[in-house]
Design a protein around this ligand. Sequence first.
Ligand code: SF4
Ligand code: SF4
Length: 511
Amino acid sequence: MAKADFAVPVLKQYPEIPAIEPGVMAHSAPFKSKEEFQAPLGFPGQLVDDWQQKALDKMGDLLGRYRGLRVYLDSCVKCGSCTDKCHYYLGTHDPKNMPVGRQDLMRKVYRRYFTLAGKFFPKLVGAEDFTEEVLSDWYSYFHQCSQCRRCSVFCPYGIDTAEISMAAREIMDHIGVGQKYCNEIIAKVYRIGNNLGLPGPALADTLEGLEEDVFDDTGVEVKYPLDQEGVDILFVTPSADFFAEPHVDGLIGYGKVMHEAGVSWTFSSYASEAANFGMFIGSYDNMRRVALRIREAAIKLGVKRIVFGECGHAWRVAYSFLNTLAGPWDFLDPRYPVPQHICEFTYDLMQQGKLNFDKSLNDDMVLTYHDSCNVARASRMGDRPGGQFDIPRAIIRATCNNFYDMDEDTIRDRTFCCGGGGGLLTDDLMEIRVKGAQPRVEALNNVIQEKGVTHMAAICAICKSQFTKVLPYYGMDMDQIVSVHQLVSNALILTGQTSDEDAEETADEAA
Ligand code: SF4
Ligand code: SF4
């Protein structure tokens, strides 16, 4: 059990709506970004002198550009439907972590400066001046929202708190109050090509090592190419896949699937990152700059298709925005979706009978599946509604004998966030991450108790990293979270694959 210097929530069988504890999470705020991380993104290095006016100018700019933002701020009727739907409220009990409470932090400033009633009768309409105290609340509570959009599913007006959080972070960045974790990472992408700062030679080394490992295991020469020009597919994946478990086990699976598909493919050292943290800070300009690297790599390498690996918010950016951010993609092969998710790719091959699975190779696990928020509520897969729920499950069922879903109120479009999304996956926010994970871990614990589940699969790098870190706080093992393509990798029998003993002999001979 991991030790915490805060109270870890107690897991319950049935969700309980907690009594409010005002201000209990006011102390939680991420480290602020320094000038060296602000400047590459085009933001001031510290709080500017005329911050209030600059913030209001930026808010006016966003209200003019994004019609939805104004509609969200105008249309809440305080019905209360969203109040118990946010995992951060359920885990912390702080009313400012109720979605409507979070929205009101911006709504009161909006009303004060952008509505007639708020200008003349502020007290009557809940309008407030944009003071330093309000700014401090913004920094704290807009960094206790993982932009998961669960609240919007239950709001009768479809108010999307994630959009409000993104706008708030964009405004704060423009006055020099940025978050270190996100902004440092984006600067790293500009400098090196990926979130982790892995240089090209390190990537090449890792991929070469994987080729050797897979050959040792299977006796088959599966390639993991880097920067190969003239191939069919550019594969873009979160950089966590290149080095950490359970991510890298999924990456091994991608390569095996590509091998069985008989396609030519490559990673790019220039666009070695699928993640796009520009979305988390609400910055269209930075989101576009990150996305354009993929376009540049695709053109330089002369590929015909783009496939994305397992990453939740990357798939949201790719599926929902890639065309407007970095299109047109008219130089790619029009017979394939732009872009395509690795789950769609694998599922298509399954439909064509091209993948030979031995499910019993995953019999040491009893699986459940965590729908990642950005895939579940902000994108789709395949050519039918709900494909983003059904396709990953179809892959798990094809590769595993033992699979049970968690409670239906906690999966598919009602899924609970892992607690670490939206740019919160940093150690300085460990308390909110652990507390925010409570509803998901409760549902997991229930299927562990009732069905004997041993592992939870996911298709998001952030979810996998978050669970690896927070499960031990709840007395579970960090390796209970696995990649969906790790299951594929385990069960897939490659053409020409030798038995374990034969593979070892072949490897010995080759050595
Ligand atoms: S978007 Fe998610 S984290 Fe943010 S308020 Fe809504 S439910 Fe909570
Ligand atoms: S559910 Fe929607 S309308 Fe109701 S309080 Fe929440 S944000 Fe407002």
